[in-house]
Design a protein around this ligand. Sequence first.
Ligand SMILES: NC(=O)c1ccc[n+]([C@@H]2O[C@H](COP(=O)([O-])OP(=O)(O)OC[C@H]3O[C@@H](n4cnc5c(N)ncnc54)[C@H](OP(=O)(O)O)[C@@H]3O)[C@@H](O)[C@H]2O)c1
Length: 342
Amino acid sequence: MTSYTPREDRYDRMIYNRCGNSGLKLPAISLGLWHNFGHDTPHATKQAICRTAFDHGITHFDLANNYGPPPGSAEEAFGELLRTDFRGLRDELIISSKAGYLMWNGPYGEWGSRKYVIASCDQSLKRMGLDYVDIFYSHRFDPGTPLEETMGALDHIVRSGRAQYIGISSYNSQRTREAVAILKDLGTPLLIHQPSYNILNRWVETDGLKDTLKDLGVGSIAFVPLAQGILTNKYLNGIPAGSRATQGKSLDPAVVEKALASVRTLNDMAAARGQTLAQMALAWVLRSGGITSALIGASRPEQVSDCCGAIQNLDFTAEELARIDAISEEKALNLWARSSDG
Ligand SMILES: NC(=O)c1ccc[n+]([C@@H]2O[C@H](COP(=O)([O-])OP(=O)(O)OC[C@H]3O[C@@H](n4cnc5c(N)ncnc54)[C@H](OP(=O)(O)O)[C@@H]3O)[C@@H](O)[C@H]2O)c1
């Protein structure tokens, strides 16, 4: 194990945005550990990705109970990094986890019951070796559980010291309003919403969620801002070996092929702006301050560095925005549509 000294100038390299009406600031770019942090990835790669992120001023690392493979292993890997590389840096980090998707067998291993959500939070803390997470999320709306019960579990998680703040993910605009009202009564405000959002998936606009969050003073962190890699230069000349589309996991190569003509046009636009396509895609998500943070994933540290370059140019002309609007193909790519339909 080599020792790690974070870059002194890391906080000068990032923009920090206030998360809704809260006192918490999040980096404009955050790092998620959904892919590339399981047993299928060497420790050295995970370590290099997290070090590079922190050196760029990325203070926020996003996890969930089921990230791996196998489920739970991403939290274990991150726990290992917390004990080694990031030892002594806990107060400089915002760490989140979530419960909602299948984690263990039987009737109490998924969705939104109090039984599951609190037990899952305890398991996540144990895997990461933490006393508390900064943000704990309900990962998806559960149509079979009263919303009061799920929100009550989140409120309890904060009151019992297991988390500092709470969030919800992929809830639609109406459910979000209901959740906020319940939480207001309970006395624990909703800090943040985590929806999918990118140039090719604009459900947060059509559903009204983006405006709702602004209206309610709730922060927002956009997941899959690069459409799992489609909105980068990586697929322009075919599907490269080792890329996510070859792994038979969450990204169907047919979806990549379908988007390619649009991606080529977007890539030309990005070049004209002096950005890589990944940078332009992230800048677009963050445009006009409508979203607190763009939550990226990475399989290599160089990708993190490239993505962080997005903050150098977050402005778009009206003409650029109109061209991007014309290219957007929402429905084809919202893989999380069902959980936001609840
Ligand atoms: N709340 C939810 O339900 C939910 C669901 C999904 C994700 N998330 C969160 O969102 C995070 C991000 O998701 P994601 O990984 O799908 O996001 P993403 O940023 O849209 O895609 C990341 C992938 O894009 C490629 N990439 C990244 N930067 C690149 C660059 N500069 N140049 C070329 N390729 C680049 C890499 O693909 P290769 O691996 O092919 O190199 C990387 O794995 C997750 O880790 C998780 O924390 C939340």
